[in-house]
Design a protein around this ligand. Structure first.
Ligand SMILES: *Cc1c(COP(=O)(O)O)cnc(C)c1O
Length: 377
């Protein structure tokens, strides 16, 4: 699952090199004469190449990335942004922080954004949709993009949880007007904290870049101190330390995906005979970092959860961290009507169990786990 499992001498060397070899400047902008490397700019270039996108901007967190993306689209107070009930609180916070109102859309049996409900939630105030590729799997991104097009809405594609996943052989996060990645401590690749915005739209990219750096235009012929202010911005910059780690982690992505898949398959082999497994939608390839299945009987669910605790694996978001991942629980952030819209989703999610895939745990652990769960009666 997460990149933190395989942080080793390579990340440590990258950090040491900043001080020993690269000139030691930790800030991403300027100081050309003192330093030999710009890790942030290199990390961005590597991301663009890996995910086949024109522009990438790395920032301080995935949450910040969503907010910056919404700001670049001009989302403001009075606007509505639709996102889904199975989610992470960050998406809601980013919407609220722009002054807009989050509107909750339900989920289908595969736990993805429900396309029918999405269409019902579009109003005159709707400006954007944020579909979320939850826990390693693609939403029906082609359908969502076409609904958005028809209604003249923006799509900000939250791919914080499925970095490396694909739809029709194209990387998730590259379908919307803007795509979002997260590199926080629990994500597929990590920089401790961090995020990225991907876009093929150079105009939006420029706004994002200026906004995340106090409105700096970064004019070529001006010093930073004399630079032109394009707008009121904020500081959401990534540091060189984070980017140096990120460059190493990005190279490990394929290794992570390959090892996820082996462990996932051990679970699938036995459990698919007994349970409904949340599947990758047609034409998509998930990242296999979470195994999610439906267990109708409460009694059976409790037995399985007990086994997962015994193996020191736990159940990740379902049900362990459900309160952070289902909008039904977010009455501190949203009006009653939106909470009500989330009730059915809560009832669906309550019947699922999610098993996190740890690549530092041997294949045999997942094999035994799988057998033990499938022997429950
Ligand atoms: C992790 C996550 C975020 C935000 O990422 P941070 O980098 O932790 O701020 C946003 N959306 C989803 C769905 C996430 O899982």
């Amino acid at each position: 699952m997460p990149g933190f499992e395989i942080i080793n001498y390579k990340e440590k060397k990258a950090i040491n090199d900043i001080f020993d070899k690269n000139g030691g400047v930790l800030f991403a902008h300027g100081y050309e004469k003192l330093r030999k490397k710009f890790h942030v700019r290199e990390f961005e270039k590597n991301i663009s190449r890996k995910f086949k996108i024109k522009n990438s901007l790395v920032v301080s967190s995935g949450t910040a990335a969503i907010k910056i993306a919404l700001k670049s689209l001009g989302i403001k107070s009075g606007d509505e942004v639709i996102t889904q009930s199975f989610n992470f609180i960050a998406t809601i916070e980013a919407i609220i922080d722009t002054g807009a109102k989050p509107i909750i859309c339900g989920i289908d049996k595969n736990l993805n954004m429900d396309i029918n409900d999405l269409q019902k939630k579009i109003s005159k105030k709707t400006k954007a949709i944020i579909p979320v590729h939850m826990l390693g799997q693609s939403v029906e991104i082609d359908k969502i993009v076409s609904i958005a097009k028809k209604n003249k809405l923006f799509v900000v594609e939250d791919n914080c949880e499925s970095v490396g996943g694909k739809f029709r052989d194209k990387h998730l996060g590259t379908f919307g007007h803007l795509g979002i990645l997260s590199f926080d401590f629990g994500k597929t690749i990590t920089t401790g904290e961090g995020g990225a915005i991907l876009t093929n739209n150079s105009k939006l990219f420029k706004i994002c870049k200026e906004y995340h750096d106090h409105g700096h235009k970064n004019s070529k012929n001006l010093t930073r101190g004399n630079d032109i202010r394009s707008r009121v911005g904020f500081n959401y910059r990534m540091t060189e330390l984070q980017a140096a780690i990120g460059k190493v982690q990005l190279k490990k992505l394929n290794f992570i995906l390959k090892n996820n898949k082996k462990r996932y398959f051990e679970l699938f082999k036995n459990l698919s005979k007994k349970f409904f497994i949340r599947k990758d939608i047609k034409h998509s390839r998930g990242i296999n970092d979470t195994f999610i299945f439906l267990v109708e009987k409460k009694n059976t669910r409790e037995k399985i959860i007990k086994i997962l605790k015994k193996y020191k694996i736990g159940t990740k978001n379902l049900p362990d961290a459900i309160k952070w991942h289902c909008s039904y629980y977010w009455n501190h952030a949203m009006e009653k009507k939106q909470i009500k819209n989330s009730k059915t989703s809560k009832e669906i999610l309550n019947k699922y169990i999610s098993i996190p895939i740890f690549i530092n745990k041997p294949l045999k652990t997942y094999r035994n786990l799988s057998e033990e769960i499938s022997n429950i009666n």
